[in-house]
Design a protein around this ligand. Sequence first.
Ligand code: SF4
Ligand code: SF4
Ligand code: SF4
Length: 275
Amino acid sequence: MTTSSASGDRKGLLIDFTLCIGCEACMQGCREANDLEVPPPGAPPPEALNAENYTIVLPHEVNGETVYVRHLCMHCAEPACVSACPVAALTKRDDGAVVYDGDLCFGCRYCMIACPFHVPRYTWSKAVPVVRKCILCYHRLDEDREPACAAACPTGATRFGPRDLLLRIARERIRTQPERYTDHIYGEHEAGGTDVLMLAPAKFAALGHDAQVPHRALPELTWFVQKRIPWVIVTGSVLLGGIHWVVHRRMQLAKEGADDPATGGASGAHSGEGS
Ligand code: SF4
Ligand code: SF4
Ligand code: SF4
């Protein structure tokens, strides 16, 4: 894993809301590929990203039509979450995926504050809390397989490929069908450019996507802010956050061990979830 590479090496997703039928096959495919909890039958669909839903599809009414809108990690070219993490638990791979290592994370949650798209979630209730977000199915990329959401999509609304190619496709769709699309490829410039790109029939602000995300890479801004915070405060916050996390983790493990007769009082939990 490395920091960001030339755009030509990077892959991503093109999500075209005009093709989405709201079937949620992408959500289901994501759950299966990433061992996420399956909701019980009849459960209402999630209204926001959460630790068990790396992606969601939300309906919006626009001019009497329903537009289905996906949300997920945008896999920024220069991710603010990566630059904010003091222990490199988040990294940007050459293929574009921004991935997470739960063994390195100590729970400061700076990534959650830094993300301009408000994506990372935290498993507060778990014995070993971790950060959760879309990881571009990097385990599938390593096997030359496309992300599960792209593989599951029955309409081509979610498409996987090299970012440069996806960008050309998106521009061509807007050029040849201007009546179908708003003239904006979300992710082309937001946060300095992202490897997830989106097309829509209406302005993104009307569809629940933040239109105010700056067009410059956010790590610059993160560094700007951090530079102005005395390092002793940052270090103290990190240490306190780490101590709190370790104490919470030990208490949870002890409680689980006490509750579980099979362990005879010893903890049976394991670490490293979510890497
Ligand atoms: S969208 Fe947020 S979590 Fe995803 S790579 Fe960008 S900064 Fe990180
Ligand atoms: S790329 Fe993989 S992890 Fe991300 S939303 Fe799609 S299926 Fe889920
Ligand atoms: S699988 Fe495709 S068509 Fe179905 S909800 Fe997801 S993006 Fe839309």
